[in-house]
Design a protein around this ligand. Structure first.
Ligand code: 13P
Length: 386
């Protein structure tokens, strides 16, 4: 089970005054180490995938790996698209297995940010996936020296934050209150009064980007004011790189050392964030994240039989693009005497995604034009694994 609904996870964190670590992963060792650290701390955890890192790894393959590991974890886990660049990125991330998304429009002005974020929220909420929006601008680049990417910090205004949440319906709000992405010299100066005003103005869990370089006291001060998700990457990457550089006894042992370094930092930060020891209560309080299998057993009509392959390839191409669809494929019965010889296997992200799929214009156009007229002999059902 332990993939859980991210909205439940973060609302629980905000209500109980702690934060969940959202750690960016850049390979399967990172994912395994983040989960091992969360298991050791008995902490809920978010494994994130930052679109700026996609040139370094195969995103669908890495999320598939994370999904497989998360399903075997004993602590609550969510898989998250961090700093997505577009609507297409969000749709793809949900298809590949993420159950929370951020499309970062924080570089745009207020109106344009609202407009872009609203579109993402409409798509994602229809398929049961919560959305993080960002207002204000957090400069820097994950994994690099902050000084090399000075950017221009724009702090979040409490009034705009309330208006932004009301206008977009985002589930979580990333704020700019002085943190910077990447490696810092010294501690950043935080505007805690501003954060307190934002926290008082909106009830949604707040998110801090640029966790690396903050002191334990700063983390605690942020959490006291409504922060429930802390994004953290550069420190993990630096600890892993240092462990690799120090390792002398071969590749596999070097990777073990890197994983241990990452896991230890996940344990340490989970303790500072107050998430350590919470796994059981979070599991009890959160709905499980449930994928749905929409299954149609069918036979093509005698007239359609010659075009079946063409119809099916067309359907696979159309249906795979529908938001919330994870996979759409046709299977052939392996027993010649099976009552139904063909099956559509449509994997959907969630029960909400099934409902949205049944209303989707692309799906209905294909179903009414091609499938239903030529496959009257059929049965269907929707199933979620327990
Ligand atoms: P750091 O790399 O500074 O920890 O920031 C991570 C982050 O904010 C990812 O979104």
């Amino acid at each position: 089970m332990p993939l859980v609904e991210l909205k439940d996870m973060l609302q629980q964190a905000r209500a109980h005054g702690y934060a969940v670590g959202a750690y960016d992963a850049v390979d399967s060792h990172f994912v395994a180490a983040i989960l091992a650290g969360a298991e050791a701390a008995r902490a809920p955890v978010i494994v994130s995938f930052a679109e700026s890192h996609f040139s370094h790894y195969d995103f669908p393959a890495l999320v598939a790996c994370a999904e497989s590991l998360a399903r075997r974890a004993s602590v609550p886990v969510a898989l998250f698209l961090d700093h997505g660049a577009s609507m297409e990125s969000a749709v793809a991330a949900i298809r590949h297995g993420c159950n929370g998304v951020m499309v970062d429009a924080s570089h745009l002005d207020f109106e344009a940010n609202v407009a872009a974020t609203r579109e993402v929220v409409a798509m994602a909420h229809a398929v049961g996936v919560p959305v993080e929006g960002e207002l204000g601008y957090v400069p820097g680049v994950e994994g690099e020296d902050a000084e090399r990417h000075p950017g221009e910090m724009r702090l979040t205004s409490p009034e705009e934050a309330a208006a932004y949440v009301a206008a977009t319906s985002v589930d979580f709000l990333a704020v700019s209150v002085g943190t910077v992405h990447g490696r810092l010299r010294g501690e950043p100066r935080l505007d805690l009064e501003r954060l307190a005003a934002i926290g008082a103005a909106i009830e949604q869990p707040l998110v801090i980007h640029g966790g690396t370089g903050l002191s334990d006291e700063q983390f605690r001060a942020l959490i006291e004011r409504g922060v429930a998700k802390i994004n953290y990457y550069t420190a993990l990457a630096d600890l892993a790189a240092a462990a690799l550089a120090k390792a002398k006894s071969g590749y596999a042992a070097a990777l073990d050392a890197a994983r241990q370094a990452i896991a230890a930092e996940v344990v340490r930060t989970s303790q500072v964030f107050g998430a350590a020891g919470r796994a059981e209560e979070v599991l009890a309080a959160c709905r499980p994240w449930r994928n749905v299998e929409h299954v149609i057993l069918f036979n093509w009509s005698a007239e359609a039989a010659g075009r079946a392959a063409e119809f099916e390839r067309e359907g696979e191409a159309i249906l795979a693009e529908v938001p919330g669809v994870r996979e759409a494929v046709v299977g052939q019965a392996i027993h010649a005497d099976a009552r139904y010889q063909r099956a559509w296997l449509i994997r959907l992200a969630s029960p909400a995604a099934e409902a949205a799929y049944m209303q989707d214009a692309r799906h209905l156009e294909y179903a009414n034009r091609v499938f239903r007229p030529h496959a009257a002999d059929r049965i269907k059902g929707d199933y979620a694994r327990e």
